[in-house]
Design a binder for this molecule. Structure first.
Ligand SMILES: NC(=O)c1ccc[n+]([C@@H]2O[C@H](COP(=O)([O-])OP(=O)(O)OC[C@H]3O[C@@H](n4cnc5c(N)ncnc54)[C@H](OP(=O)(O)O)[C@@H]3O)[C@@H](O)[C@H]2O)c1
Length: 284
């Protein structure tokens, strides 16, 4: 068990998983230190000087790296952060990682070999990408374009990830575990779009594009470096290697993961996709 008197650090506490992890910990009576670039105690991956204050006196840390563990310099920062955690007397790290990504695996190895207690939470695509992330606008516009062909992805609900992370942070039975966190079924993106259509009442379609088209679109959004990294991630992870179901949620929580259809209904009811305004009636 982590020491109840010392706070648990949540890095990326305003993000999709971090927000939920910090909230769940607080609800369950744990002391939490939520940090991002905009919190009272600021934490910036680009400014290691901010890490010391964030780590001071914490028992365990939930580590989410932004933008992605595949970005240049990520492994070096995870290594430096792990050393800073050891120096600060932190006992346990719980690392959010991605499935089938070689760079993420390098970062997992750094945490695994650190000598600290650890849990690795290796996740499939987040369902909340469609409601709170970069795919929300495409859903609202009715067209999701990805270089995914007919590949099937076991999309996972971030609420499930948060529950696994909280279990790992607060219960030593999860020490030394690698959890492959997936949803309960494989969906291709046509099937995901059909579920979104059903829940949102909007026609949502999927258009498979090439990696080159994806790179071009990403260059327009974030510039060539961002485009290179995200295209690399797609090349690596959308080639079929992740077309299998993990058992991390079952092993960590003793229950089945939430289904994508349930996520779609919950997010629609939560107002993440405002209903399209009804067309005004034309009086003749
Ligand atoms: N999305 C997926 O499908 C998926 C799947 C598997 C794994 N992952 C992993 O999940 C992680 C988070 O990705 P996400 O897109 O889901 O994140 P997100 O929800 O957008 O959250 C990002 C968080 O990081 C903080 N942040 C941004 N820049 C930062 C910086 N320089 N230093 C410190 N904190 C910073 C943000 O807060 P501030 O802006 O306030 O700083 C925010 O709290 C990534 O490592 C990604 O590889 C994602």
């Amino acid at each position: 068990m982590t020491d109840q008197n010392n706070p648990i650090l949540v890095v990326g506490s305003t993000g999709k998983t971090g927000l939920r992890v910090a909230r769940l910990l607080a609800e369950r009576g744990h002391r939490v230190r939520p940090v991002s670039r905009n919190t009272d105690i600021p934490f910036d991956w680009e400014q290691p000087a901010t890490w010391t204050k964030a780590l001071a006196g914490v028992s365990a840390a939930y580590v989410t790296y932004f933008p992605d563990l595949a970005f240049p310099g990520a492994a070096e920062k995870i290594e430096a952060f792990t050393k800073a955690a050891i120096t600060a007397g932190v006992r346990k790290l719980v690392l959010l990682s991605g499935r089938g990504e070689s760079h993420a695996k390098t970062c997992e190895d750094i945490v695994r070999d650190s000598g600290l207690d650890y849990t690795l939470v290796r996740c499939a695509w987040f369902a909340q990408n469609f409601s709170e992330g970069y795919l929300r606008d495409p859903v609202l516009e009715g067209m999701i374009a990805l270089p995914a062909g007919k590949v099937r992805e076991p999309i996972v609900d971030v609420d499930d990830i948060a529950e696994v992370a909280v279990a790992a942070l607060t219960d030593d039975r999860h020490n030394g575990q690698l959890y492959e966190i997936t949803g309960p079924r494989l969906l291709d993106f046509d099937e995901a779009a059909a579920e979104l259509t059903k829940a949102t009442g909007r026609a949502v379609g999927y258009v498979p594009i090439t990696l080159e088209q994806f790179h071009q679109a990403m260059t327009g959004i974030g510039g060539p470096m961002i485009a290179d990294v995200f295209t690399g991630i797609c090349r690596e992870t959308l080639d079929g290697r992740n077309e299998w179901l993990g058992d991390g949620i079952q092993r960590a929580l003793g229950r089945e993961p939430r289904d994508f259809a349930t996520f779609c209904q919950t997010a629609a009811q939560g107002g993440f996709w405002p209903q399209a305004a009804p067309k005004p009636k034309v009086m003749s």
